[in-house]
Write a protein that binds this ligand. Structure first.
Ligand code: PLP
Length: 404
């Protein structure tokens, strides 16, 4: 059993008020709050270990380098990667996907080739591939979803053609909460000799992930959605793929040698890390991972599942409220609409009660079009949320309905 009252003490922001009301933070899919240890790590890095990494012979630079490279090993262990050289630090999920899209398409795609995605992707797993459409002529193929918001797996296999060069799929939908069967999808991809990229932005804070068990070729996520600092994220890539891909950006740190005529590149992962890396961010991300590991992702997952079940049951008691996304296998996100109330109005009024939810298309406009809705209200949970906060949400929605 998690001691939520104790855990909440680690997150100072959770005890603040907004508009004189206790903050009820239910926007965790957008970004999570940070535990004290993460903020203290950032402070410690700037106060005690601030020096540029990899280049310096001096003591401080070596300490900063050690912290940065130790963070890489922490990430490796957290996701079960074979080697720390398979961990590339990026700015976040978005940059990680742009990196793969750019380098992969440059090396392996030509006019008419296809990237297979799903109808529930975030814009960051759609637009980078479309940019490659402009440059390399690749096209998107889209796997549809059923009325519960689950992926149509048989359609996925039917959409695979000799032109399919890569499958890119979200692990958990940031709108529907659907958990996609990524091991099964990876198996299908590999049966057809196609590499697969998993967008784990919404799953990594909620479920234990083992990239070797999944056997995916790439997996991407953002630190800020898993209690770490903003501005840093991860691209995991199997060694054979990272070796095969050309660099994404050029500059310092990613080279072996440079002349005006020709440059040779560094080994992986440094080949993909041009410029001064965010060594403060990486160290603080590692602190966040240690913090999560200490609580235990299995415990987190169990508690959040129970909270999701409770929230779903309570929301279902409200007349005129419709939950969008009813997958059997679902995680920490509940989208809903209430008859006659625009999601934006619902979000604004809940905010005045101290309840932070998100409204709109959630960077998934194509999904909204598929569902034929303009947007949703989205409550997204973390392990520091409580049953009382769900009660506050329900009371808030009921009050708003009576106002309308
Ligand atoms: N993918 C999914 C499923 C997301 O939910 C998000 C953010 O909400 C992203 C990608 C983009 O993450 P970031 O903005 O941290 O790069």
């Amino acid at each position: 059993m998690l001691n939520i009252a104790e855990i909440r003490k680690d997150f100072p922001i959770l005890s603040r008020t907004v508009y004189g009301k206790p903050l009820v933070y239910l926007d965790n899919a957008a970004t999570t709050q940070k535990p004290r240890c993460v903020v203290e790590k950032i402070e410690e890095m700037y106060y005690n270990l601030n020096a540029n990494v990899h280049r310096g012979v001096h003591f401080l630079s070596q300490e900063a380098t050690n912290a940065h490279e130790a963070a890489r090993v922490t990430v490796q262990k957290f996701i079960g990667a074979k080697s720390s050289s398979e961990i590339v630090f990026t700015h976040g999920t978005t940059e990680s996907i742009n990196l793969v899209a750019s380098s992969f398409c440059r090396a392996f795609c030509r006019e008419g080739d296809e990237i297979l995605i799903t109808a529930m992707e975030h814009h960051s797993n759609i637009v980078p591939w479309q940019l490659q459409g402009d440059i390399k002529g690749v096209k998107l193929q889209v796997v549809p979803i059923n009325e519960n918001g689950e992926l149509c797996l048989d359609e996925l296999e039917k959409k695979i053609s000799p032109c399919t060069k890569l499958i890119a799929v979200t692990h958990i939908s940031n709108v529907l909460g659907t958990i996609n069967p990524i091991e099964k999808i990876t198996e299908i991809a590999h049966k057809h000799n196609i590499p697969i990229l998993i967008d784990a932005a919404q799953s990594i804070p909620h479920l234990p992930i083992d990239v070797q068990k999944i056997d995916c070729d790439f997996l991407v996520f953002s630190s800020h959605k898993m209690y770490g600092p903003t501005g840093i994220g991860v691209l995991y890539g199997k060694e054979k793929w990272l070796d095969a891909l050309p660099p994404y950006q050029g500059g310092g740190e990613m080279i072996a040698s440079v002349t005006f005529e020709r440059t040779t590149y560094s080994e992986i992962p440094f080949k993909f890390e041009a410029g001064t890396p965010d060594f403060v961010g990486s160290a603080a991300l590692a602190t966040a991972l240690d913090y999560i590991s200490e609580i235990g992702l299995k415990n987190i997952s169990r508690y959040e599942h129970e909270l999701l079940k409770y929230a779903t049951q309570q929301l279902q008691t409200i007349k005129g409220l419709h939950i969008i996304g009813n997958a059997t296998n679902k995680s920490s996100v509940i989208s809903f609409l209430v008859d006659g109330i625009h999601p934006y109005d619902m979000g604004m009024l809940l905010d005045k009660m101290g309840i932070a939810v998100r409204t709109g298309h959630h960077c998934a406009e194509p999904l909204m079009n598929e569902l034929g809705i303009p947007g949703t209200v989205r409550a997204s949970l973390a392990f520091y949320n409580t049953h009382e906060e769900i009660d506050a949400l329900i009371k808030g929605i009921e009050r708003i309905i009576t106002m309308f």
